[in-house]
Design a protein around this ligand. Sequence first.
Ligand code: HEC
Length: 233
Amino acid sequence: MNQKTTLAAAIAATALFTLSHGTTALATDKAAAKVDYTKMKPEALAEYLVFESGSFDLEQPTQEGTNGRARLTQDELMQLCTKAARSKKGLDAKTADKIRAMAQATIKYPEGGIKLGDWKKGRDLAWSGFGFRTAHNPDKHGPNNPPGANCYNCHQLATDRTGGDLGPSLTGFGKLRGNSPEMLKYAYDVIYNPHVYFACTYMPRLGANGVLTPEQIADVMAYLFDPESPVNK
Ligand code: HEC
């Protein structure tokens, strides 16, 4: 997902709420004293709050071995998407093509081709939001164990539990679409780096960002495609 932009927006929203209700002082008084954030545009305010106000621990270690600052700094693809989102004409065809090509270049395919893994492991991954979180108190558990694919936050998956609706429902995925090699490749690509098909989507780049290994993607795919999976019941 556009996690950086969303986080910045969320922090900005909190700050604006605080400002309009005049209750809590923003960040530290020291930082606030230097800057007149009431005159900032929302984007500038978000940047200020995340990177300069001192309200976020930018040095905190992340599970992928970097720090909070690296996590919150947009890479080239995200910068292009943010720029497009802020421009009047939106995402133009040329930039969309560039983003798709950049995304495609990140995808690594498993040796021996794309196969389905274990749907039960995939279910556990899909319904977990644990791991890889940055916040004021980052997770303490070990690297990538257990990882959270977080699919449930945005997708309805199986009818035995309730998922989110930011993304389309994936209920009955394999039953409705079959499991041709093309369909398996499509699903693998979308999970690995969805910008190949949906330039500037909110869906995270789970393979490209190292949240899921190719084996774990195979497990999540089994959850989507296996006839025995609750997704297809
Ligand atoms: C932060 C929200 C978010 C998360 C987390 C997320 N997705 Fe998505 N996903 C989306 C959105 C939004 C779309 C629609 C693409 C678009 O138009 O941006 C999508 C599209 C898809 C599609 C294509 C839909 C179709 O009908 O062909 C698949 C497959 C998919 N997601 C699978 C997953 C899986 C599996 C996971 C977990 C590994 C996941 N998504 C995690 C938001 C999310």
